[in-house]
Design a protein around this ligand. Structure first.
Ligand code: ADP
Length: 327
């Protein structure tokens, strides 16, 4: 299906380019013809003048006038033509850009459908397998707990994936309404981290560097999505070496929240695009990590709804730092 779509797309692209080249060539040819026709007309006029005027001085003056009007008309045709050609090229460029954007969006949506199907099926299949194993075999208590733990984790993953999709849909319809209240952000971050990343905190893969009692006006329900999307990404794109930090501090300019990792980092050319809906770097084939391209879109939307900003920087010596500024 996608091969078929790609074929139609690349064929229609080719036809559009041929059409544009044809229009430009036609136009240049029209200009040349206009100038030639003009010159031929003036030559005819000159011949008539030579036949009708005997006074050589007057004849020369009339011929000079003709030459002048020939130059003026040539300038007029070339000038008008050039402006028209520039407008045409500008229009073509706009169409080309819109076309490219549309194709990119279509590709991203296709990738999203592929990945969401995969993302939904994997936790379901894993949970089914754990339950079937528990049903079939008489396992030791410890092993049972291990399987139940995996099933619960998968269930949570599925839950947060569906939350993300629902959130993104509500945002697109502009139906997301903030309910801001004054909260102790230091406390809230610690609670979310302890509930969602207990084992990472215990193993030292996640560190909290939180200034105490930082107060902030935020939506308590939306905030966990911001933090967990950033921390999940930090782990997901870290590879083997997991060294994730959440830092919170109050500065004179406002509140700064940072989520940093020592992972693969983000190319400069992609730093702006990663916040677009459905955007995932690389192609679906080469991508090893799971995801839908919704996480950062949601984070940015929620931060901006809070009147804040988010930016991504390189971490040293490697990895990324997502820096949020809130008031
Ligand atoms: P997803 O993780 O589901 O692909 P996101 O919107 O959360 O979607 O992220 C968009 C893209 O940004 C990811 O596909 C990944 O390429 C890049 N990205 C996000 N966070 C990080 C990070 N901490 N390190 C490296 N790349 C990242």
């Amino acid at each position: 299906m996608s091969n078929w779509l790609n074929k139609i797309r690349s064929n229609s692209k080719g036809i559009i380019y041929i059409l544009f080249v044809y229009i430009i060539a036609q136009f240049l040819w029209w200009e040349i013809l206009m100038v030639r026709q003009n010159n031929a007309l003036l030559e005819e006029k000159q011949k008539v003048l030579e036949l009708t005027i005997s006074d050589t001085e007057r004849l020369q003056a009339e011929i000079d006038k003709l030459q002048e009007s020939k130059i003026q008309k040539t300038y007029m045709v070339v000038g008008e033509g050039t402006i028209f050609l520039l407008l045409l090229l500008y229009g073509i460029n706009l169409i080309r850009k819109a076309n490219r954007k549309e194709h990119e969006l279509l590709d991203q949506k296709n990738n999203f459908l592929l990945s969401i199907t995969h993302e939904l099926k994997t936790p379901l299949a894993t949970t089914k397998l754990q339950l079937q194993t528990l049903k079939k075999h008489q396992l030791a208590h410890e092993k049972q707990q291990e399987l139940i733990e995996i099933a619960i984790n998968e269930n949570e993953r599925l839950n947060s994936l569906i939350d993300n999709v629902l959130l993104a849909t509500r945002m697109q319809e502009n139906e997301y309404h903030m309910a801001k209240e004054r909260v102790d952000l230091s406390d809230l971050i610690t609670k979310i981290a302890t509930a969602s990343y207990r084992s990472s905190l215990e193993s030292g893969n996640l560190k909290l560097i939180i200034e105490p009692s930082v107060l902030c006006e935020i939506d308590k329900l939306a905030f966990p999505s911001i933090l967990t999307n950033l921390v999940d990404n930090a782990f997901k794109y870290s590879g083997e070496l997991m060294n994730v930090e959440i830092k919170l501090k109050k500065k004179s300019s406002g509140i700064v929240l940072e989520v940093s990792d020592r992972g693969m980092g983000i190319k400069d050319s992609e730093k702006n695009r990663i916040f677009d809906q459905f955007y995932r770097s690389g192609s679906e084939e080469t991508r090893k990590t799971k995801g839908t391209g919704l996480g950062l879109f949601i984070v940015k939307y929620l931060i901006e709804k809070h009147g804040g900003t988010i930016a991504v920087k390189d971490n040293s010596p490697n990895g990324s730092v997502f820096e949020i500024h809130l008031n």
